[in-house]
Design a protein around this ligand. Structure first.
Ligand code: NAD
Length: 249
């Protein structure tokens, strides 16, 4: 395994399961020390036990400013700095327009868009002071538009715009801001979808199968490393080609 992240300090949100847990494992295997963040603190204990590195587990809701800033302070108290921020935590609350409640809209935007904004703001001073940093935002192929996901697509589209704007704003401090856009990935989130919805999505998938969490983790590790130093403001689609267009058979 490559060791591109030796002794780097990486914060991974939503690390308790699914893609976030895979990202944590991959960054650890490349030498990073980890701050694992999740609203569900219990699941962090399982993940941290599997990692062969120094780990700090923090239970925090990324949509709450006070919790985010306290979490970053805890990270700095423990490890001295933050080199890498992976904004992975996200939720879905799907529904067609007429049935989408205001609460479903607000909650998805709060976690998927406001959360990453707060995390970026909380690490900024530290990364600026050390004149280096890598921020990787997990968006979704759905940012291009997806039926029944007005709230989710809007949140991820917003996160794409946040990524591109912060890439411009923070480049002078040698902070790279990029995004990974997963396609259909086998995780608890997708396993919770109704069978019919899962099958419809698989029919539209060029590869005919879902990707794995490790596919996403590999892309995040690359964008977090010195190999990606001149890559900034990019959206890396890891989706088996689905973002290229419609599949007609
Ligand atoms: P998941 O539901 O399996 O895991 C998400 C984790 O985030 C959970 O551990 C959850 O407790 C945590 N979380 C939720 N709200 C939080 C909050 N407010 N504060 C802190 N932690 C919180 O999801 P996943 O499938 O692993 O998805 C991870 C990311 O990848 C999300 O941003 C999602 O939108 C994106 N994504 C997933 C897929 C997919 O196919 N699974 C596709 C595209 C994009």
């Amino acid at each position: 395994m490559l060791k591109r992240l030796q002794d780097k300090i990486a914060v991974v949100t939503g690390a308790g399961q699914g893609i976030g847990a895979a990202i944590a494992k991959r960054l650890a295997s490349e030498g990073a020390k980890l701050v694992l963040v999740d609203i569900n603190e219990e699941c962090l204990a399982n993940i941290s036990g599997e990692l062969d590195t120094e780990v700090l587990c923090v239970g925090a809701d990324i949509s709450k400013k006070s919790q985010v800033f306290a979490m970053i302070e805890q990270a700095k108290d423990t490890f001295g700095t933050v080199d890498i921020l992976v904004n992975n935590a996200g939720i879905i609350r799907d529904g067609f327009l007429a049935k989408l409640s205001e609460d479903d809209w607000d909650k998805v935007l709060e976690v998927n868009l406001k959360g990453p904004f707060l995390c970026c703001q909380a690490v900024f001073d530290t990364m600026k002071a050390q004149n280096s940093g890598k921020i990787v935002n997990i968006v979704s192929r759905s940012w291009l538009g997806n039926i029944g996901q007005t709230n989710y697509s809007a949140s991820k589209g917003g996160l794409v715009s946040l990524t591109r704007t912060l890439a411009l704003e923070l480049a002078r401090f040698q902070i790279n801001v990029n995004a990974v856009a997963p396609g259909l990935i086998e995780t608890p989130m997708t396993r919770s979808m109704p069978t019919e919805a899962r099958e419809r999505l698989l029919r539209m998938q060029p590869t005919g199968k879902m990707g794995s969490v490790d596919d996403i983790a590999a892309a995040v590790a690359f964008l977090s490393s010195h190999d990606a130093t001149f890559i900034n403001g990019q959206i890396l689609h890891v989706d088996g080609g689905k973002s290229c267009g419609l599949l007609s058979l």
